[in-house]
Design a protein around this ligand. Structure first.
Ligand code: GLY
Length: 419
């Protein structure tokens, strides 16, 4: 392949620096973001009931809030939110239509914790079952276990009444095929020598910018050949170059102070079969303690597992840290795991959703967003439905691996490339 991770790391200019940790970069914005104060990120704080979630749950908050306000259980309210994206074939990060693993098979992960009864359930690497968040609840309610994975989890889901269905939508299949065909010049996927569109491997001594441009144009042409709609072609290219880790977490608190949380995902796009991220890991993707509060995560699963993010945050709150500081401290652990190395940190990202038992909440993230104009957001309903930009530990945007360059304006035209 003409671009390797090493090539990019060597040539990239980095524009951010870790907050109080690590070596400052040579970048232009060598300023850490200040640690936010509680009031910075809690416009409507301390209200109950309240539900917070990743922004892809926004459309489902109104119904779930009404359910919670009418006395519905906190876990059922949170599950109502995350079921929305699981059922939506157009959300390719969760449930039906999730981007598949490297073999083209959708594998889903989820977990939940019910504060009032102090119980938990989890499933990982589940195929053919759409609502894995509900399956995680079924594990909690109908077994003496906490976690089921793979084929066993699928068979359990069928036994308790979940239907088997094909989770791979045509659109996600085409994105996977695009990834497969263009992923490497060293295998037999993609057009062969006899194909009129065949091109020799790119020449390494071209300037990086020219190679990127060609690469994007070629990918776009392949996307068109595969039948991906013109307005979605660049978005598909972006997913091939930057395998997303989209997920949804939701925490819900009622007026009695009962609290629950859940997280569900299709995981890292094009992952190795069997890979589990943080989402099904109690303590990483989600953690709820009825005495303290609830936290959940979206982002680089491998990094979050290493800091047991959600558990760390709840423990920080138990020891007196307000939600924003509790989240920032967990993010700093991720930074510390890389010794603040700014050549590496832009390749990962993390957002935490934090809800304390008294209704105080925070959304914090490692970086400001994916790119300018695409900030990380948390969705909140406490009687007033809104989306709020998270507070980031580091100034700037994550630069994905492989790096997705600025799209030349002429290639961008008419395409929802950021979708
Ligand atoms: N955070 C989702 C994943 O890494 O699978």
């Amino acid at each position: 392949m003409p671009f390797s991770r090493r090539d990019f790391v060597k040539t990239s200019v980095l524009g951010a620096v870790a907050a109080g940790v690590g070596t400052p970069s040579k970048g232009e914005d060598a300023k850490p973001n200040p640690v936010p104060q509680e009031h910075d990120v809690q416009a409507g704080s301390h209200k109950r009931p309240i539900i917070i979630c990743a922004n892809n749950g926004y459309a489902y908050l109104e119904d779930a809030y009404a359910f919670l306000k009418n006395g519905g259980d906190t876990l059922d309210a949170a599950l109502k939110v995350v079921k929305g994206p699981e059922d939506d074939p157009n959300d390719d990060t969760v449930g039906l239509g999730g981007i598949p693993n490297e073999e083209g098979v959708v594998e889903l992960d989820a977990c939940c914790m019910h504060g009032p009864t102090r119980r938990a359930g989890s499933v990982g690497g589940v195929r053919n079952i759409k609502n894995v968040s509900l399956v995680s609840k079924a594990v909690m309610e109908h077994t003496g276990h906490v976690m089921l994975v793979g084929e066993g989890a699928e068979r359990f889901a069928v036994a308790v009444g979940f239907p088997r269905e094909n989770l791979l939508t045509e659109h996600s299949r085409k994105i996977w095929l695009l990834w497969k065909e263009f992923h490497s010049t060293d295998d037999w996927w993609g057009p062969g020598l006899g194909d009129p569109h065949w091109q020799p491997p790119e020449i390494r001594d071209k300037p990086q910018s020219e190679l990127w441009r060609e690469r994007i144009k070629n990918l776009q042409a392949r996307a068109a050949d595969l039948g991906i709609e013109p307005e979605l072609q660049l978005a598909a290219v972006r997913k091939v170059l930057f395998p997303p880790t989209g997920t949804i977490h939701c925490s819900a608190l009622n007026d009695k102070g009962e609290i629950s949380g859940c997280t569900t995902t299709s995981g890292l796009a094009f992952k190795l079969p069997g890979r589990l991220g943080d989402s099904p890991i109690i303590g990483a993707g989600c953690y709820t303690d009825q005495d303290v509060g609830s936290a959940g995560a979206t982002g680089s699963g491998e990094e979050n597992i290493k800091v047991a993010g959600a558990h760390t945050i709840v423990e920080n709150m138990r020891h007196g840290m307000p939600p924003p500081e509790a989240g920032m401290e967990a993010l700093k652990r991720i930074v510390r795991n890389y010794n603040g190395d700014m050549a590496k940190l832009p390749f990962l990202d993390m957002t935490y959703y934090i809800l304390r038992k008294d209704g105080a909440y925070a959304g914090v993230s490692l970086w400001e967003g994916y790119s300018k104009g695409r900030p990380h957001k948390i969705a909140v309903h406490d009687g007033n439905l809104r989306a709020e930009v998270t507070v980031s530990l580091l100034k700037g945007y994550s630069q994905e691996f492989p790096r997705f360059p600025d799209i030349p304006e002429d290639l961008k035209k008419g395409s929802e490339y950021l979708k």
